[in-house]
Design a protein around this ligand. Structure first.
Ligand code: FES
Length: 80
């Protein structure tokens, strides 16, 4: 199970983090492949220029996009 945390802090929400969280939660393809939750601001990396920020299996993803997230998920699934 791939663990994803999505920042729900203000910078990241403004850049669509919660929309991406909801999109990923509602993708049936991912249901048994990821666990996903929102989290408080990932302070150490928190800068508007870096947002939205996610953590995927404890690796920080800055300027996250759905395209990047799906790419990382697919790479991880291919490695299993
Ligand atoms: S607002 Fe997302 S890391 Fe701070």
């Amino acid at each position: 199970m791939i663990k994803i945390k999505v920042c729900a802090g203000s910078h990241c929400v403004l850049k669509g983090s919660v929309d991406m969280l909801e999109y990923l939660q509602n993708d049936d393809y991912l249901t048994d492949k990821i666990s996903i939750e929102d989290t408080v601001c990932i302070h150490h990396h928190c800068e508007e220029d870096n947002s939205p920020i996610m953590e995927i299996d404890e690796v920080i993803l800055r300027k996250a996009t759905l395209e990047k997230v799906y790419q990382i998920i697919q790479e991880k699934l291919n490695d299993e």
